[in-house]
Ligand binder design. Sequence first.
Ligand code: ADP
Length: 302
Amino acid sequence: MTVIDVAHLHKRYGATVAVEDVSFTVDAGEIFGILGPNGAGKTTTVECVCGLRAPDGGEIRVLGREPGDPGLRALVGVQLQESHLPEKMTVREALELWSGFYRDPADWRVLAGDLGLDGTLKHRFGSLSGGQKQRLSIALALVGNPRVAILDELTTGLDPQARRDTWDLIGSVRDRGVTIVLVTHFMAEAERLCDRLAVIDAGVVVAVDTPAGLVSRVVVEQRLRFRPSAPLDDRLLTDLDDVTTVTRRGEQVEVTGTGNLLQAVTAVLAAHHIVANDLRFDQADLDEAFVRMTGRGRGQER
Ligand code: ADP
């Protein structure tokens, strides 16, 4: 079942085209990532999906309704990048207030516990650290027991442990049947959490795929380094289809290539009774696939 359907979304701010042409669908129960460098149009896209901004073109349906439909308010939980609450409001007050907005809210005490906010309930919003504000905004997005949760850059500003805790939490929210849209520019986060991803660059969708599918779409450069136990004729390696280059650095041989490079090289060595000492193998990950696909590094402004 399709929960979110975005077709040819177009949005501009004056002369700036924030979203040129974005289409994707999100299925029930999945964690769908929207990945792209800064300025790619990710936030504008999810703000249109949430009904916070009106598109200049295209069609959006969330649970079969138009964004902004009052019936969606209880069904869609939103955590946007900048959450501004009154400075003097305490964490407890915010959680209670938000719970009151919904007919069937989650138990905010449990949510606060899950998010490590127990010790901050009496603290005022203005005194919270960046990570605590982040966790509170996630709690507020989930307190209504939504069917869809939209989370924008949810782990930005969190330390590594808090980030892992948040990933576990997102996994458990999904296990409760909530469909999750996750905006991120962290590859590791996307790879760890997302079932599928839309990669957005300069306002257009570059690819929609699983993290593994994304990696397999690009030619993944692999590199092997080792010290052969006996003299090795480079031609044994350069003759292999999967090998691109063979370089020598003293005793060390470095081989780059694609496909089943590791298997092909070790098989040839074994056939010639050569042992690969100090063998090292590196392979590009999603980070690299992403950089290649968008043609620029993450974090760079356009
Ligand atoms: P992302 O979330 O991928 O970083 P955004 O959707 O925030 O991208 O921004 C896309 C483009 O639209 C950027 O060039 C950004 O500067 C511009 N933009 C975003 N919000 C506004 C705004 N309120 N007014 C004018 N330009 C904006």
